[in-house]
Design a protein. Structure first.
Lengths: 111, 112
C-alpha cells in the first residue's frame, strides 16, 4: 500500500514569492490533515479536510495560506506571498478514522 | 484549546537502559493519546497509542501509561537499542479522527 506522498520534498523561495505544496493521501482515506513544524518546536495543526470539505481550519495562521482538496483526493497548500516566518516543515497526514499516517514532509525555506 | 507539554527535550541513555518521556495535557475532553517516532529524514510513525478508558498499554519493549486524573501520560522504552534513537512526539486528541495536538518532541540518543 502506498503511503502519504508529499511534493516537493524541499523548496527554497524568496520572500514575497508563491509556493504550492501537494499532498497525496492514502487512497480511500477521507480525512486529510496539514501540520507544520517550525524550527524545533511542536508539530502544529493547520487544517483538516473530510473528503473535499474543510472540517476544521482553526490552525491556519492567516489569509496568506490557502488549502484545497478538489474532488476529495489530493490536496494543495498554497502560501502567497511567503514570509520568512513561514519557513518550516509542512506535514500532511491522512486517516480513515484510525491511525493518522504522515508523509515525509516538505521543508520550506523562505529567504 | 488543548495544550500538550513534553519533557525532557533531549535524553541520552546507554544501550540496554530504560528511557521515559513524559507529557501532560490540559483538555479533559482529550481521550486519544498517540506517540510518534521520527527518525532522521523520515516521516513521523505511530509506535503506540492509548485511549482514555485504559491505564496502560504495552507492545514488546514499549509501554504507555495514562493518568486521567492528573492529565499526564508517559512513554517507557526498555532495553534500549541504537535504532531507538529518534525524535519522539506525544500527542492528544478528542477523537481518532480529530486533529492532534503535539508536544515539542524529545530527542532520544541511545549510546553504545
Amino acid at each position: 500500500e502506498a503511503g502519504v506522498t508529499q511534493f516537493p520534498s524541499h523548496s527554497v523561495i524568496e520572500k514575497g514569492q508563491t509556493v504550492t505544496l501537494r499532498c497525496d493521501p492514502i487512497s480511500g482515506h477521507d480525512n486529510l490533515y496539514w501540520y507544520r513544524r517550525v524550527m524545533g518546536k511542536e508539530i502544529k495543526f493547520l487544517l483538516h479536510f473530510v473528503k473535499e470539505s474543510k472540517q476544521d481550519e482553526s490552525g491556519m495562521p492567516n489569509n496568506r495560506f490557502l488549502a484545497e482538496r478538489t474532488g476529495g483526493t489530493y490536496s494543495t497548500l498554497k502560501v502567497q506571498p511567503a514570509e520568512l516566518e513561514d519557513s518550516g516543515v509542512y506535514f500532511c497526514a491522512s486517516s480513515q478514522g484510525g491511525e493518522a499516517f504522515f508523509g515525509q514532509g516538505t521543508r520550506l525555506t523562505v529567504v | 484549546g488543548e495544550n500538550v507539554e513534553q519533557h525532557p527535550s533531549t535524553l541520552s541513555v546507554q544501550e540496554g537502559d530504560s528511557a521515559v518521556i513524559k507529557c501532560t495535557y490540559s483538555d479533559s475532553a482529550s481521550n486519544y493519546f498517540p506517540w510518534y517516532k521520527q527518525e532522521l529524514g523520515k516521516r513521523p510513525q505511530l509506535i503506540i497509542d492509548i485511549r482514555s478508558n485504559v491505564g496502560e498499554k504495552k507492545d514488546q519493549r514499549i509501554a504507555v501509561t495514562l493518568n486521567k486524573t492528573a492529565k499526564h501520560f508517559s512513554l517507557h522504552i526498555t532495553e534500549t537499542q541504537p535504532e531507538d534513537s529518534a525524535v519522539y512526539f506525544c500527542a492528544a486528541s478528542d477523537g481518532t479522527a480529530s486533529k492532534l495536538t503535539f508536544g515539542t518532541g524529545t530527542r532520544l540518543q541511545v549510546t553504545l
